[in-house]
Design a protein around this ligand. Structure first.
Ligand code: AMP
Ligand code: ZN
Ligand code: ZN
Length: 420
């Protein structure tokens, strides 16, 4: 969450300039927020296409994406949060919190206080327990303020947060056909229906799965992108059928990119340190190590001496821009593989090898840059804006829904230039 860390520049001319500039921006934000607060809000549909890169559209025939983009606004790319994995990134989008402030530090990790494993598949403890999830997701903010929110999948949407769940939500089941997800959400958004939702989410995972299995540059990913284009076409058709074409704001977002990986680019952790000296809280490519009592320095120095194709940090050295230090779940040592590299150990590598694609790297690695586009009554038409950061999406959603956001790390107004 936002904290005023340093006020020593408070009276310099530089700051005066900033203050003048900020006041101008405030006026501008006011202008925008007043244009979107005067009337009733338009419903918002937030669609996540997991692991979807901008270049996927550029290199494929995607008539429905093209149509969507020509009717809306697109960011050159979206910068996600670190680590660039599905659960941390999705939770940041809907809470506006950096990972160190929401605590979902990886897709799978161990929590020593709860003495439990966070993991999104059986047989481990389910992530529905609300103690895992820090912050307030936009659907809870909306429901708390009398709006109706629905989700057809979003990481964390199955958990009740402060006793609040979306009015409609569905237990994750990746086998539910994408058209069924769309049909249900459109029924819930239907202005003539029983639910008349103000906010809805959809989530599609197959482009990401294909990227892992075949690599981001594969024909299989291209086929998945064309398939996704068809699904977008189906969605647009349904929106028109429901009579929402003029009234619904649709945001298409992805959570991270995909880097090509291979068996030549591996870091064997068991050849650098003695694995008995550490617990691995989370694996590759952002390896989180909890050294045994008294072993931190020895483990750290061994990793530092062999630092090649990765960077190693003691927790307090982790670059501030990663916003990945403060949470108690983050252990003493972070070993972060360079893009394209995989951290593994010999026995695992021999059994399982390395998949051709992955993510989880530094959020400023270009391979992790991802996709954002929006269209609807509140968004500009036919514009491409410079890169934006996913941390501000929560504030944007709150502004669109005309609700008071919960405290968060995003900035109100930061994305208002996307609005009409
Ligand atoms: P990743 O391993 O980071 O690529 O995560 C993508 C995977 O997360 C998807 O293929 C799904 O299996 C899984 N996933 C996404 N959303 C959910 C959810 N709400 N509950 C459980 N698993 C999910
Ligand atoms: Zn993902
Ligand atoms: Zn993935």
């Amino acid at each position: 969450m936002k904290r005023l860390k340093n006020n020593k520049f408070l009276y310099t001319p530089f700051v005066l300039l900033v203050v003048v500039f900020a006041s101008v921006s405030c006026i501008e934000s006011e202008y925008h927020s007043s244009t979107i607060t005067d009337e009733a809000s338009h419903p918002v549909l937030l669609v996540s296409i997991d692991g979807f890169m901008n270049e996927y559209i550029e290199r494929n025939e995607t008539p429905n994406f093209d149509l969507f983009l020509s009717n809306g606004v697109q960011a050159e790319y979206l910068i996600s949060v670190f680590p660039t994995n599905t659960f941390p990134t999705h939770w940041s989008i809907v809470t506006g919190l950096y990972v160190e402030n929401h605590g979902i530090i990886a897709n799978s990790f161990y929590d020593y206080e709860l003495d439990a494993n966070f993991s999104y598949g059986p047989p481990d403890s389910s992530p529905n327990d609300e103690r895992w999830w820090g912050g307030e997701p936009i659907w809870a903010t909306a429901e708390r303020q009398g709006k109706t929110a629905v989700t057809f999948f979003w990481p964390g949407s199955e958990a009740s947060i402060n006793g609040i769940q979306p009015t409609k939500w569905v237990d994750y089941d990746g086998s539910i056909p994408d058209s069924v997800r769309i049909d249900s959400v459109m029924t819930w958004l239907d202005p003539a229906g029983d639910v008349q939702a103000d906010f809805a989410t959809l989530y599609f995972s197959f482009v990401d799965s294909r990227g892992h299995r075949h690599g981001p540059d594969s024909p299989e990913v291209d086929a998945a992108v064309v398939e996704m284009d068809g699904i977008l076409g189906y969605l647009i058709e349904k929106v028109e059928e429901t009579g929402l074409a003029e009234n619904l704001n649709i945001i298409l977002v992805s959570d991270h990119g995909m880097a090509a990986t291979n068996e030549e680019r591996v870091i064997f952790l068991d050849e650098i340190i003695n694995l008995n000296d550490v617990d691995v809280v989370s694996w590759s490519p952002a390896g989180m190590l909890k050294p045994a009592e008294g072993k931190t320095e020895e483990v750290y120095l061994a990793l530092k001496e062999n630092q090649e194709n990765y960077r190693v940090y003691l927790r307090e050295e982790i670059p501030e821009r990663l916003h990945f230090r403060d949470h108690y779940r983050i252990p003493d040592i972070l070993i972060l593989a360079d893009p394209g590299f995989t951290i593994t150990i010999r026995p695992f590598f021999q059994r399982r090898g390395v998949l051709p694609g992955t993510h989880g790297y530094d959020n400023l690695a270009p391979e992790m840059f991802t996709f954002f586009a929006a269209s609807g009554p509140d968004f500009k038409i036919g514009e491409i804006v410079p890169p934006i950061e996913s941390i501000h999406i929560y504030e944007l959603l709150a502004a669109l829904l005309k609700i008071e956001p919960a405290p968060n790390d995003g900035s109100a107004g930061e994305l208002y230039h996307l609005l009409r």
